[in-house]
Design a protein around this ligand. Sequence first.
Ligand code: SF4
Ligand code: SF4
Length: 205
Amino acid sequence: MDAQTCLKKLEYVGVLAFATVDKNGAPQIRNISAIHYEPDKMIFFTAKGKAFCEELLTDGRVQVLGYTRYKEMIRLSAKAVPVCENEQEKWIDTIFEEQPYLSNVYPGNTRKLAGIVFEIKDAEIEYFNLGVNPIFRESYTIGAGNLTQKGYVFSEKCIGCGKCLKNCPQSCIDFSARRAIIKQENCLHCGNCLAVCPVGAVEKR
Ligand code: SF4
Ligand code: SF4
């Protein structure tokens, strides 16, 4: 798996959930399908009058979520920025050509008066597959996106008692090295290991 394949999978899903933060700090979510994909970025259309547009222009933080029929969750965490003024029209036309239904929603020139196109080119992408055994997760970046550390790790306090492994739903704890470690790519982030560790050796990142 890689970032480009994740974008291809999102394109195949088609309708994605876009979450933003409004001016009161409350989460807002909506489905967006007016999206064009480039190998390393995502370009999408909305209307200037929508609260969604206002949230993107004032805060810009956005999470984009898609879920495939194979139980794969793909999430982008990014900032969306408007495409430069002299490319707006080109991308509006591209998106409307790829998705003819949009011409019923914004017929004729109404799309150019109402519309604005944003791009996501710097993002963290999280891939989480619940359809395989063990489960699989990995993170990637596009552009200048940053990877964030999540989940759990074991510290030097670990005494190797094995209690965490007995309670791990994915058996993703490796005792073959000097110190037990979590196989991060198979970890659910459920927290069972932290809950049962008798010496406080499990840390949440
Ligand atoms: S339960 Fe805690 S001390 Fe025991 S093996 Fe797991 S991390 Fe180490
Ligand atoms: S967080 Fe859950 S899945 Fe991950 S190692 Fe701990 S018990 Fe296992």
